[in-house]
Ligand binder design. Structure first.
Ligand code: CA
Length: 229
């Protein structure tokens, strides 16, 4: 059963509406009325994407998102948050915690379906992208197995952490990466390293590879993005 979407939402009417629209689009929705059930299903059913309401009884959506992002079984599952209208704080926290997108309530089901499709499209590895070994970005070439970065043919000396951060940015070009996501991918889960460390390393990469100084975008309150080219 492909294209399964887990909907974690306590309001039955909204759940039913989403189920109806998602089925019509060929998805296989599954539902959870609270965070605990959502967590259970996220791990056991391995959905293709999780649609997560923030305001839930018991464990709320942000707590659940934190768990999803720190468990190796679920850390890569795309998550789209449903947020109360105009709640900027929830939106920012959600993106910092690694949500892939957010949809303010009230929403049109059509918009939800469109956003879900866009997130799935962005999350799918390009053909041959999984385990990709060489990245080319403008004048920059990264050869992963040889652990080499060349700028116009000249080697750029990067520390192992800088190398891994750059690889993370290159392999997710076009996506906004939160500091938390970068920390998890480069330092691993449960690290005691702070967000500030990511900033310091990004600054070093920008110094060593000047054209990336402009290319790497700082996304206010969230993290970084290397645009596709
Ligand atoms: Ca709710």
């Amino acid at each position: 059963m492909g294209r399964s979407i887990l909907i974690v939402e306590d309001e039955k009417e909204i759940r039913d509406l989403l189920v109806h629209y998602l089925r019509r689009e060929g998805f296989s929705p599954t539902v959870a009325p609270d965070g605990e059930t959502g967590w259970e299903k996220a791990r056991t059913e391995e959905p293709e994407l999780i649609l997560l309401d923030i305001l839930l009884p018991g464990m709320d959506g942000l707590d659940l998102l934190r768990k999803i992002r720190t468990d190796p079984a679920t850390s890569r599952t795309p998550v789209v948050m449903l947020t109360a209208k105009g709640d900027e704080t929830d939106r920012i926290i959600g993106l910092e915690l690694g949500a892939d997108d957010y949809i303010p309530k009230p929403f049109s089901p059509r918009e939800v379906v469109a956003r879900i499709k866009a997130v799935i499209r962005r999350s799918a590895p390009e053909p041959g992208e999984a385990g990709k070994k060489v990245f080319v970005y403008g004048d920059l070439r990264m050869d992963v197995p040889r652990h080499k970065v060349l700028l116009r043919g000249k080697p750029v000396p990067l520390t192992p952490k800088e190398f891994r951060i750059l690889k993370t940015l290159l392999s997710s070009a076009g996506r906004v990466l939160s500091r938390e996501t970068i920390l998890a991918r480069v330092w691993g889960e449960g690290t005691h390293v702070t967000d500030r460390t990511v900033d310091v390393h990004i600054a070093k990469i920008r110094q060593k590879i000047p054209f990336l100084a402009d290319a790497i975008r700082t996304v206010k309150d969230v993290g970084y993005q290397l645009p596709e080219r």
